[in-house]
Design a protein around this ligand. Structure first.
Ligand SMILES: [Zn+2]
Length: 275
């Protein structure tokens, strides 16, 4: 018996490493959340739900960020980790349903007011603007090393991420966080990166997109002033523009979007990784 036990131990121990070396945040995951995996071992490959995860070093540990989209089916999903020494590790996470919150939202007079024609126009313009902000180039390595910071010195949330805005017969999901910011408030890049877009849109207003590499990007919208241009390298917390109310905005505020691999996740949950 003892021989068999030793044999079994020898067979299985090298194949599966203890999962104690893996940290996953947040603890409770809901649709729209970002997920950060941290592995305290030399890693060869990480997959999530059978898709490769790009890894980078943060706080001296191998880390990976994945987005849980608002439409991801609630349930269990598996991280598989192949270590450099050949051992395999696994960790299962459970994605829970996000409660849907709905609120009516009118169309400002400058965009035609609350008429069916201006609602149709808003939705078709929005889909064009969204298309031009998709598939934005991202660097093949992480361009940041310090913790992310909020784009404004003071954070008062006026509109949270993930609720549905009813505009006429349309439902537009708010995929970012709005912060109160009086006209002309300094807006900072949330971390180091490269500017991939800096232009005006009719709905999003003056918009800046900063790429932080490996599919991680931050968006700053409705600005009154843009201080950077496409291709500029920005330092962490560099002032990149001033807040405003250009585009579809009823009052001055800063709309912030955080995207991972093209999926807009909850910026406030993302910032919890850096507390
Ligand atoms: Zn917004």
């Amino acid at each position: 018996m003892l021989k068999l036990h030793i044999l079994l131990t020898l067979l299985f121990l090298p194949l599966f490493s203890s999962a104690q070396n893996i940290t996953i945040a947040p603890e409770n995951i809901i649709q729209g959340d970002p997920v950060m995996i941290t592995i305290d071992r030399a890693v060869k490959r990480v997959t999530f739900d059978n898709t490769n995860v790009s890894t980078f070093t943060y706080n001296k540990k191998t880390s990976g960020l994945i987005p849980i989209s608002l439409t991801k089916k609630p349930g269990d999903y598996i991280f598989k980790i192949e270590l450099k020494d050949g051992r395999m590790m696994e960790k299962t996470i459970t994605v829970k349903e996000r409660k849907e919150i709905e609120a009516p939202l009118g169309i400002p007079e400058k965009l035609g007011g609350n008429t069916t024609a201006s609602q149709n126009n808003l939705v078709s313009t929005l889909s064009k603007e969204n298309a031009s902000l998709e598939n934005i180039k991202t660097d093949s390595k992480a361009l940041w090393s310090k913790a992310f910071k909020f784009p404004l010195k003071e954070q008062i949330i006026t509109d949270p991420y993930g609720y549905n805005r009813k505009t006429g017969e349309y439902t537009i999901t708010h995929k970012g966080t709005d912060f109160r910011a009086k006209e002309g408030t300094k807006v900072m890049a949330m971390n180091a990166g490269v500017v991939r877009s800096a232009r005006i849109f009719s709905i999003y207003g003056n918009t800046i997109v900063v790429d932080h590499g490996l599919g991680l990007q931050t968006f700053y919208m409705h600005l009154s002033k843009i201080n950077v241009k496409v291709g500029d390298t920005v330092r962490a917390w560099q002032i990149i523009g001033l807040s405003g109310q250009t585009g579809y905005a009823e009052s001055p505020h800063l709309h912030t979007t955080v995207r991972i691999n093209g999926i807009s996740i909850d910026p406030m949950r993302f910032m919890e990784f850096f507390k």
